[in-house]
Write a protein that binds this ligand. Structure first.
Ligand SMILES: Cc1cc2nc3c(=O)[nH]c(=O)nc-3n(C[C@H](O)[C@H](O)[C@H](O)COP(=O)(O)OP(=O)(O)OC[C@H]3O[C@@H](n4cnc5c(N)ncnc54)[C@H](O)[C@@H]3O)c2cc1C
Length: 505
């Protein structure tokens, strides 16, 4: 099929043109990952007759591949936070998220999410997902041991601490190894089945059926090589994930990232739901933003070093979360950046195996000469300035936390290459650049209702998860757990809203 034919599929068809529906149900949900499963479950529990379509042969999507970290807190703390002695007020968590998401954050979504996040943890537990009351305090992305609580963002960095008390909010199902997503999706799938949802695997939603007044009132799905027509008596929920696997869309919306990052997601992250929503008049926002990972995280010990660009200048506090490091690195010339460490810290096998050593020398001048990268004297100036303040554990330029500040003195020094073209993700050998997934999509209200290009609500159409611009909006402010937390939390709200929509019939 040509690209044009492929793209023409994701469109609308007049409801009236359908002579006979194969199936009629209250709520139709497109995609059985975290958002879709949560939506279908809540709609069914609210008494709706629900059909759930999944293009793959089983549930999961990117949620199933994920660690299933959920970013939760507020309301005094989740049960897990409280059990571990952490207090987390709603206003504290909101302050953190507002600072993290800056002007791109959606204040209504932030507040709705934070006010319900502690209950959302209880909901995950009620599905049968187990969390161990143990906290991991190292700087890491996910525990490979079985602790269930950790810091997954920039909470402990100096500039964030000025606005919000640091509290660990990454909640991950307890298991040795990285299997959280599958554990969660198995529990959710079980609940969805028990709630009586009619699940159609190997079923790809390709068109929305729209009434003359603009109401979305059904879908066309491709099953067994046939087009099957479904009527939605109350509403349609789009939950088909993001667009990171669709090369045309990444080239159009995130062209730079498309050129140097590796897509991270399930193969069906093709933007189907975004295209369907747009065809029905839905507005898309934040389409130029994506999550970017970065391999300098862990090992934390190398945070004692400094990151520099081709000008020999530092450009970020090195203790920032990996997504923020990815963001600031992406802004440097040619995305070329380097890590300078001294002898005391350069002993981590993961780094020695994975990163090119550009230069080794007893002085910074030697490093400059051997690397041939920087303007004469620039790196020496940077290190001299850094060391001067490091003596008293200060970083007046980027405010790295004192715990990671020490003067670079122990020779020899090593300069390691962190440039995107030389990066390989440990979890995806053979890839280059940071791993990425999209953060833009349909504009929705917290209820899941999709907003049209003219600013009104599209009747009968709901969306949640990466098909929308949800809670996470930038790599700069990303904290792990924002995506699965957002997809499942707002998925539940979208399912409830669709089930409550009596105006369709
Ligand atoms: C390896 C990995 C680890 C991650 N770890 C975390 C983490 O720990 N915490 C976190 O917050 N985020 C994490 N993320 C990101 C997060 O997993 C996703 O952003 C989030 O799970 C998306 O949820 P979703 O429900 O919107 O989409 P998905 O879970 O991807 O579900 C969408 C579903 O829709 C289906 N679909 C697509 N098109 C159609 C169609 N036309 N018709 C029918 N079905 C369709 C897909 O097959 C898929 O099953 C991770 C991502 C990856 C790839």
């Amino acid at each position: 099929m040509s690209n044009n034919e492929e793209n023409n599929r994701f469109t609308i068809q007049s409801f009236k043109s359908v002579e006979c529906f194969d199936v009629s149900a209250d709520v139709l949900v497109c995609g059985f990952g975290g958002a879709g499963g949560s939506a279908a479950l809540e709609a069914a529990l609210a008494g709706a007759e629900v059909v759930l379509f999944e293009r793959a042969s089983g549930s999961g999507g990117s949620t199933g591949m994920s660690s299933c970290e959920m970013y939760l807190g507020g309301s005094g703390g989740t049960a897990l936070q409280k059990e571990l002695g952490y207090e987390d007020s709603t206003e504290n968590m909101i302050s953190y998220l507002e600072m993290a998401l800056e002007e791109r954050g959606d204040p209504e979504k932030i507040r709705t999410y934070v006010e319900g996040a502690a209950d959302h943890y209880d909901w995950a537990v009620s599905l049968g997902v187990t969390y161990k009351p143990a906290v991991m305090l190292e700087r890491d992305v996910v525990p490979l041991t079985d602790e269930s609580l950790l810091f997954t963002g920039n909470e402990r960095t100096e500039i964030f601490k000025r606005k919000a008390d640091p509290v660990p909010r990454g909640h991950v199902p307890s298991h040795e190894g990285d299997f959280g997503g599958r554990i969660f999706m198995d529990a959710l799938t079980d609940a969805v089945e028990k709630a009586g949802v009619d699940i159609h695997y190997d079923s790809r939603v390709i068109r929305l059926l729209v009434k003359a007044d603009g109401r979305v009132a059904g879908v066309v799905a491709r099953e067994d090589n046939k087009e099957v027509f479904y009527e939605a008596r109350r509403g349609v929920v789009l939950a088909s994930g993001g667009f990171i696997m669709n090369k045309e869309m990444t080239a159009k919306y995130i062209p730079e990232i498309h050129s140097w990052a590796t897509p991270y997601g399930n193969p069906f992250d093709m933007g189907d739901g975004i295209r369907l929503g747009m065809a029905a008049g839905g507005s898309v926002i934040n389409m130029d933003q994506a999550f970017l990972s970065f391999p300098l995280y862990p090992p934390a010990k190398l945070t004692n070093g400094i990151m520099v660009n081709l000008q020999g200048d530092r450009f970020v506090n090195e203790d920032a979360y990996l997504a923020r490091l990815g963001h600031y690195s992406s802004l440097q010339d040619e995305q070329r950046t380097y890590l300078l460490v001294d002898q005391d810290d350069y002993d981590h096998p993961m780094y020695i195996e994975r990163l090119d050593v550009v230069a080794v020398g007893d002085t910074i001048e030697e490093i400059e000469r051997e690397s041939g990268l920087f303007p004469d004297g620039a790196l020496q100036e940077t290190v001299a300035f850094y060391n001067k303040f490091a003596e008293t554990s200060q970083d007046p330029k980027f405010h790295k936390s004192p715990e990671w500040i020490k003067p670079l003195k122990a020779k020899p020094f090593a300069l390691l290459d962190l440039s995107f073209e030389n990066q390989t993700a440990v979890i995806m050998p053979g890839t280059t650049g940071p791993l990425t997934f999209s953060l833009g999509g349909l504009d929705t209200l917290p209820s899941g209702e999709v907003i049209s290009v003219s600013g009104s609500v599209i009747p009968g159409l709901y969306a949640a998860g990466r098909v929308t611009a949800g809670l996470p909006r930038t790599s700069k402010g990303y904290a792990s757990g924002m995506s699965v937390g957002d997809a499942t939390f707002f998925g539940r709200l979208a399912g409830k809203s669709a089930a409550a929509n009596a105006g369709q019939v």
